[in-house]
Structures are given as structure tokens and as C-alpha cells.
Design a protein around this ligand. Sequence first.
Ligand SMILES: [Mn+2]
Length: 330
Amino acid sequence: MSDAGFDQAASRPHGHAIPRFAGMATFAKLPHTQSIEGVDAAIFGVPFDGGTTFRPGARFGPQAIRQSSRLLRSYHYGLDVQPFDDLSVVDYGDLAVVPFDIKDTYALVEEQVSVLYDYGVFPIAMGGDHSVGLPLLRACAKKHGPVSVVQLDSHPDTWDKLFGKEYSHATVFKRAVEEELIDPHRSIQIGIRSTLPYRDDLERTRDLGITVITVEELFQRGIDDVAAEALRLVGDKVYLSFDIDFVDPAYAPGTGTPEVGGPSSRQALDMLRALKSLPLVGFDLVEVSPPYDHAEITCMLAANLIMEVAGILAWQKMHGRQGGAVETTE
Ligand SMILES: [Mn+2]
């Protein structure tokens, strides 16, 4: 390297020349570009929280996660990969949204994410509240047909209507089933634990065909056992949706609808690691609400969860999804 401040292999300044706390905040200091030719994965924000029912603020999630991702370094020793070097990953910026119109936002998000799918770019979305999951799934299904969903969440998000409205962060998966964006019989929710307005809420989710694993069952059986069930259940295309309120609010206070008694940061990372063989076609990390965060706890966790998924994509590229030499046997 001729220039001590520039990593020529990675075409970017390295962290030991320009301090990680300096400069503009992109995700993990990746290049910000909307040129996606040849790009493997694009990380982007969906700064919309108009589907929120309790605390607002998730519209500020993407920028705060970027800020807290500055410390992410390139090598992931747990998976033995350097995801941002083994893959071409960019910070695509934030999508256009209409802060006070959910239907217009849905149309915009679907259109913008469809471009990524058209170019074969893996979408890594930073919410925004969970309502943005619906247009993300619409774009995904337009490319892939009905997919399996693995949803890590404290809430089912399968209610029919809220305040008489069909679109919100609590109705997204009911709509996704109705619109045939997902195959409910090959989809699973893990971590469910909120108090519920109706006695039959969990049964109604199961009646849709979705497998529901409460947080009690998760801890009784263990992360690896539940992950193995998810891996057996899903089809060959999986959309992974990570609601940050899956994690206990002691570890992720900066969220709109916190529910106590959840997994720790470590357990959340282990959950993703245990799912590393999922045949992923899309990922979102939603519901980070920075105004309720403290000392960047939640945003740093969100950044590391995204790093974990980027690591999984790199691991799959190097080893095949099952960790063996053969990638095309399924
Ligand atoms: Mn949710």
C-alpha cells in the first residue's frame, strides 16, 4: 500500500488513517452510491413511521443506525468472513417516502426496491416502523413469488385492522398473507410475548397458517432447536424480518412498542447465527426509534445485527448455504 491512508484493495480510506468517528456517516463507512451494477447487496433506509401505534420516531432509525455503525470493522471472526470485501456492498441511501401518507409511501418503496431486485441486488432495509415490511414484501414477491418469512418479533403483527385502517405496523403480515406475498405454512414467528388485546390473537395467527413460537417456548427449547425447526419449515426463498423489539428493552430501549422479557443482544446475534443456512432473498431491520434510545445501545445492536446478516451472505457465498462444498443440491 503506497498511501498509508488508503486501502486500495477496498477502494476506500481505512479506519486507521481516518478515525471511524470522523467524516460522514454511511453504514459501516461503506461507499454511498446509487450505482448498483454488479453490487451484491444494498443497505438502505426506509425512514417512515406513519404506521406506528405507540411511540413514534422510527423515521430517524436509518441515520442513527448509520451513526452507530461507524465502529464496525471489516473482519467477522465468528463466520471467518469480511462481508464488505468478500461481497460488493453499498450504502444506497434512504428511499423516498411521504411522511404522512402510508399508501403513497408503499407505492414508492415497492417501486424503488423492485429496481434492486431487477438488478439482482440483495436488499438490506433499515426501518422505519414494521409497516414498511409490506411494500418490501410486495417487491420481493414480484420477483420471487410467495416467499417464506422468518419474523423475529415480540408481536405477531397479524391484526386485521387498527383504528379501522388496514395498513399499519401491526397488520403487515395479515395483509402479506391476503396478498399472497408469503406462504404462511412455510413461515414462522419467533419471540412473541406481548400482552394481547384479544384472547384468541395467537390462535388467529396460527389459523393463518403461520407457526408461532413464543419467547417462553424459545427459551425452553433453546435457540438452536427453534432455529432448526425454522430451517426445516421454510421453502427455498426466505425473507427475514427482524423487529428490534424481539430483543429485551434492557438491551434495545430505543423502539416504539417495547415488550419486556425478551432475548439479550448476545442471544439475538446467536439467533441469527443459528439461522445462517436460510436461503435468504431479502432482509429488514425495523422499529429502531432513536429518540427513545440511550447511549446508542439500540442503534449499536441494530448495526451489529445488520453486520451479522451481511456476514451470513458472505459465508453462504464462500461455503454454500449448508456450509459444504455443494451449493446446488436443493
Ligand atoms: Mn413487528
